[in-house]
Write a protein that binds this ligand. Structure first.
Ligand SMILES: Nc1nc2c(ncn2[C@@H]2O[C@H](COP(=O)(O)OP(=O)(O)OP(=O)(O)O)[C@@H](O)[C@H]2O)c(=O)[nH]1
Ligand SMILES: [Mg+2]
Length: 248
């Protein structure tokens, strides 16, 4: 694939231990150190029980759609411009977010989009509680491949995995080839929430992860009589808020 620099992960070396804000923490050790098991002895309000509040999120999509950049934007608030370095295999970062006054630790797995790493990433699907599936609004092939990604997801992921479709690089208006309505339509067909993001400007990046965190937290803590958290409604209300306040 043109423009790829395989062989080194962006998180390798100096990027591995970047600083974090007071509300977040990071780690670059193996994802196998953590397991997202529910422990019925541990109530959700109880912060010292990490398993209960650890949520695993996986980034998927073709190579170069911006998965690593979206993660770095969310984790460090920065944009990785310059030379594109393709992710090798799989990497991960942790970030603690606050959802309804409760701390939720997101363990975010950044997968390689290149075909040759597919068998490595398949092994991780089953442990993911949520999947952010990205395409690049300036590259039609990455959008056309979303159906194939969804087929893979249905084959390898948990049946109740939370999926969100993201059209990334929304800042590149002049190069756009996929209209927002097309993303919206595809997402509707599969019954998943959708938004456009930009790792460059940061538009909707935090919202995407927070919506996922809220959905996972509500699922884990919901009492049978409580109404279900409506992720679609939440996203729409938050998008409107950002638009009205000029934050997009
Ligand atoms: N303008 C713009 N460029 C972006 C954005 N997100 C990523 N890029 C650029 O797109 C290229 C690919 O970004 P990556 O995040 O490395 O892509 P990836 O999906 O992780 O690719 P793989 O690791 O190979 O799967 C880089 O040159 C980024 O600088 C964005 O929102 N806007
Ligand atoms: Mg990458």
């Amino acid at each position: 694939v043109a423009g790829l620099h395989g062989g080194r992960s962006k998180f390798a070396g100096s990027r591995a231990s970047s600083s974090s804000s007071s509300s977040s923490s990071s780690s670059s050790s193996s994802p196998h150190q953590f397991t997202a098991v529910s422990d019925p002895r541990c109530p959700p309000e109880d912060p010292p029980c990490p398993e209960k509040t650890l949520k695993t999120v996986m980034l998927l999509g073709d190579s170069a759609v911006g998965k690593t950049c979206v993660l770095v934007r969310f984790k460090d608030g920065a944009f990785l411009g310059g030379n594109f370095i393709a992710t090798v295999g799989i990497d991960f970062r942790n970030k603690v977010v606050t959802v309804d006054n409760m701390k939720v630790k997101l363990q975010i797995w950044d997968t390689a989009g290149q075909e040759r790493f597919r068998s490595v990433t398949h092994a991780y699907y089953r442990d993911a509680q949520a999947l952010l599936l990205l395409y690049d609004i300036t590259r039609k092939s990455s959008f056309d491949n979303i159906r194939a990604w969804l087929t893979e997801i249905h084959e390898y992921a948990q049946k109740d995995v939370v999926i969100m479709l993201l059209g990334n690089k929304s800042d590149m208006a002049a190069e756009r080839v996929i209209r927002p309505e097309e993303g919206e339509k595809l997402a509707k067909e599969y019954g998943v929430p959708f938004m456009e993001t930009s790792a460059k400007t940061g538009a909707n990046v935090e919202l995407a992860f927070l919506a996922i965190a809220k959905e996972l937290k509500h699922r884990a803590a919901r009492q049978p009589c409580e109404p279900k958290f409506q992720i679609h409604d939440y996203i729409e209300s938050q998008k409107q808020k950002s638009a009205c306040c000029g934050l997009l």
